[in-house]
Design a protein around this ligand. Structure first.
Ligand code: PDD
Length: 284
């Protein structure tokens, strides 16, 4: 059965969903996006995702395509119409369609596309086994804090990981890990201190990252937000990633080097459990 998707005010079957060839998202990657996860038919951390959407829009001088209430209404309608129990709701806003020219068009209306994607998140095997990653140079532009659809560097990073027989890639700049191809990176040092890169234009301010750090703080776990080197990561006692589509996955190997004993550490599974119960309690 085909999905029902949302395109600029209408719910249509996916095979009938259309966007202009002049859409600036298509021509220039002049578009931003958000991914909210769905558990038990409910949106996880959605308010924070919408807040970040506004930030991305603001940084690019793009108009909001709908009110927050309207966006939430469409998200819920997609969950219901597609019978989505577990998975993701994807949302993309572009600057709209206009003759191809670089400056902002004066008359274009921003476009809004949303769709659901079923995905096993709770019982993902990677959450139990942990994943292996490779490191790769971070070749992205300098405003990674804006969640744009210009994701070619991440596509190449993820493909390089798959070609190397592992699941993901950690991107490295000047010897320091920035983040995973579509997730934030964390390590635990020999003293048990949790370390994740500080926010800035070098990384995306992950919503899951923020929630996990809040829990870490409430549990009085010692943590530090600072850049860490690839060598520090390889010598860590534990490593993991966070994102809306994975929550928390342990990282057990980097470039063939085992992290700790090569098995998921103690903290990642704990934070994952904690995140799931905490965010489900707040789900809408
Ligand atoms: N990716 N860093 C990057 C580069 C990302 O693309 C993502 C999310 C994150 C984690 O952010 P959050 O916790 O808000 O999902 C960090 C999404 C899931 C994606 O592109 O599919």
């Amino acid at each position: 059965m085909s999905r029902i998707v949302y395109v600029n005010g209408e719910f249509v079957a996916e095979e009938n969903a259309m966007i202009s060839v002049f859409d600036r998202g298509f021509l220039f990657a002049d578009a931003v996006y958000e991914v909210s996860s769905v558990l038990q038919g409910k949106l996880i951390d959605n308010e924070a995702h919408i807040k970040r959407l506004h930030r991305s829009l603001g940084e690019l001088n793009m108009a909001a395509p709908a009110t927050d209430e309207e966006i939430l209404r469409v998200q819920r309608a997609l969950i219901e119409r597609n019978n989505l129990h577990e998975g993701l709701i994807y949302l993309q806003v572009s600057r709209g369609a206009a003759d191809r020219d670089f400056p902002f068009p004066s008359n274009a209306k921003s476009s809004l596309v949303m769709f659901s994607q079923a995905k096993e998140i709770m019982d993902s095997p990677n959450a139990k086994s942990g994943i292996k990653v490779i490191s790769i140079p971070d070749i992205r532009w300098k405003r990674r804090d804006i969640k744009t659809v210009g994701l070619l560097a991440q596509v190449l990073a993820k493909q390089a990981a798959i070609d190397a027989g592992v699941t993901d890639a950690w991107m490295v700049e000047d010897g320091y890990v920035t983040e995973g191809s579509s997730n934030n990176a964390f390590i635990v040092d020999a003293d048990g201190k949790l370390i994740t890169r500080h926010l800035g234009s070098e990384i995306l301010p992950g919503i899951t990252r923020a929630s996990v750090l809040q829990m870490v703080e409430s549990e009085s776990i010692v943590f530090e937000e600072r850049a860490f080197t690839l060598d520090e990561a390889k010598n860590a006692t534990e490593a993991f990633i966070t994102s809306a589509s994975t929550f928390v996955w342990p990282v057990v190997e980097i470039d063939g080097t085992l992290i700790g004993d090569g098995k998921p550490g103690a903290l990642a599974p704990r934070l994952r459990e904690f995140y799931i119960s905490n965010s489900l309690a707040r789900a809408v």
